[in-house]
Design a protein. Sequence first.
Length: 155
Amino acid sequence: MNDLADILTPESVALGLDVPNKKALFREIVARAAKVTGCPAESIEAPIKARERLASTGYGRGVAIPHAQLDCVGEVHGLFFRLARPIDYGAVDGMPVDCVFTLLSPSDTGAGHLKALARVSRSFRDERFVAKLRGARSQDALYALFAQLPAADAA
């Protein structure tokens, strides 16, 4: 995976998701991920929650990157949610979260999962990119921002 657009589809990007808390956010992540991946919701929910119990995936500066490896997917999938309003996520910096990128990889990818996670986190370290995500006015505009990111090997 050199490009985040390789793992996203327009349907896996959501703008203005209105959730009151982290628990409701995870319900939305699981439901939407089930539609995108074709996996049963329970096959997604347990690994996502287990990973979150290890340590918060709240990356900082209003961004979270929940992730898991799943037996039911054959390729890496990404989902992006820009929340209607920030929620308490238990992020490392204590700031509420409004940008959530979920990464789901096959269980047997090992290093592939870590490479994808590194690509996602590098993208979200770019404050200009995150500002553009927060300023996007449509789902199509959000997806286009991911599609316009330089490929990892070009960065």
